[in-house]
Design a binder for this molecule. Structure first.
Ligand code: NAD
Ligand code: MG
Length: 393
């Protein structure tokens, strides 16, 4: 392949961001030449400027407006344009590109990702929160503008790779490592510190998703993500604990066949798949899967008592599209409070469940599904406000 592929990267300084940059910088003869259009970050202004210069980007945007002058100074004389704040992030995504990699953490990715959708780009979607909070609206927007959604989340990327006949699918089976507390007791989990929660056994990831993996809220968000992305009801999506994180997910068919995608736990594989799609590209530095050396793979059913987050996702999907929006927003607030030592580990899911129940109660009358992105942002804001109040109470 010799064509040039223009790529913008939202969340360039994060874990997915740096894996993406390493792929964009690869120089192999038989792969497309990547041209970096925009890069964004929230606070890491020096890292952002460094990456923008290294990749010869056209545009860099920093979310935190207080860091704008520093970004400007760091990029002076380079010819790289820059901006800040939410409008800066949106402008970064609106620049013409072939592929937009959405790797910002949280629902904050929604507005800029929609901008990429509006220009009909391929969306390499690492961020799961945007599809969880906006669901069907997000998908219809992609359809309206002819944007292709390419899942980067490893489980969804695996399913995307092995989904060969949608009509004959019996079940989607999402694998989960079980996180750092897979074998811990409830008492140990109650005492868990942020440091323990973010030390994931297999994957190196940002703090928020690491805590989500520890509570299994990550699998909860992924179940919702899978339900929307693959238009599959929750009862046809199973969750299976697989501590080695080698089988990234499976699809079972009506004829008894089960197809799975396997690989080392390294996000460069799904990222490269999304960047090269519909082709594949080489990823040279990546450790190859050696099943003979690994020896055995194991599987367990999840323990609902210690990890109630997965049933919360099922409940939310049953309640309606407003409910995933609520649980995502409350979870973001609760994870932040946990990381700042304001609430305990087990309080994260408890707070989320309490708020979901409150929204489903008579206090809010009959909740209706959002009709517009404004509705999504409004409910997201209200859920965050009430979650903060509940945590402070
Ligand atoms: P990270 O914390 O390492 O990086 C997040 C990036 O987003 C950084 O560049 C940061 O500056 C930026 N950012 C954070 N908050 C922001 C905000 N409010 N506004 C604008 N920019 C903001 O996170 P990560 O682990 O790279 O994860 C990014 C996304 O990808 C998440 O949605 C996560 O669920 C998803 N994901 C990550 C992995 C992984 O292995 N890390 C795997 C699957 C999915
Ligand atoms: Mg995942």
């Amino acid at each position: 392949m010799s064509e040039q592929v223009k790529v913008s990267l939202l969340g360039a300084t994060g874990s997915i961001g740096s894996s993406t940059i390493s792929i964009l910088k690869q120089n192999c003869a038989d792969m497309p030449e990547f041209k970096v259009v925009s890069l964004t970050a929230q606070n890491s202004v020096q890292e952002l400027a460094k990456l923008a210069i290294e990749t010869n980007a056209e545009f860099a945007a920093i979310g935190n407006e207080n860091k704008y002058q520093e970004l400007k100074d760091l990029l002076a004389g380079t010819g790289i344009e820059c901006a800040s704040g939410e409008t800066g992030l949106v402008d970064a995504a609106a620049r013409q590109c072939d592929t937009l990699v959405s790797a910002i953490t949280g629902a904050a990715a929604l507005r800029p990702t929609l901008e990429g959708i509006k220009q009909g780009a391929k969306i390499a979607l690492a961020n799961k929160e945007s599809i969880v909070c906006a669901g069907v609206l997000f998908l219809s927007e992609a359809k309206k503008y002819n944007a292709t959604l390419l899942p980067v989340d490893s489980e969804h990327n695996a399913i995307f790779q092995v989904l060969d006949n949608h009509k004959r699918v019996e079940k989607l089976i999402l694998t989960a490592s079980g996180g750092p507390f897979r074998t811990s007791t409830i008492d140990e989990m109650r005492e868990a510190t942020p440091e323990q929660a973010i030390s994931h056994p297999n994957w190196s990831m940002g703090a928020k998703i690491s805590v989500d993996s520890a509570t299994m809220m990550n699998k909860s968000l992924e179940l919702i993500e899978a339900s929307y992305l693959f238009n599959t009801p929750e009862e046809k999506i199973d969750v299976l604990i697989h501590p080695q994180s080698i089988v990234h997910s499976l699809v079972s068919y009506d004829d008894g066949s089960v197809l799975a995608q396997l690989g080392m736990p390294d996000m460069r594989t799904p990222i490269s798949y999304a960047l090269a799609w519909p082709n594949r590209m080489p990823v040279p530095g990546l450790e190859r899967l050696d099943l003979g050396r690994i020896g055995s793979l194991s599987f367990e059913t999840p323990d609902d008592a210690r990890f109630p987050a997965v049933s919360l996702a099922r409940k939310a999907l049953t309640l309606g599209a407003w409910a995933p929006n609520v649980i995502n927003a409350v979870n973001e607030i609760a994870v932040d409070a946990f990381l700042n030592n304001v609430i305990g580990f087990m309080d994260i899911t408890r707070t989320t469940e309490k708020l979901l129940d409150r929204f489903a109660s008579d206090e809010f009358g009959a909740m209706t599904d959002p009709n517009s992105f404004d509705d999504v942002f409004e409910l997201d804001g209200l859920a965050r406000k009430l979650a903060l109040e509940a945590i402070k109470a």
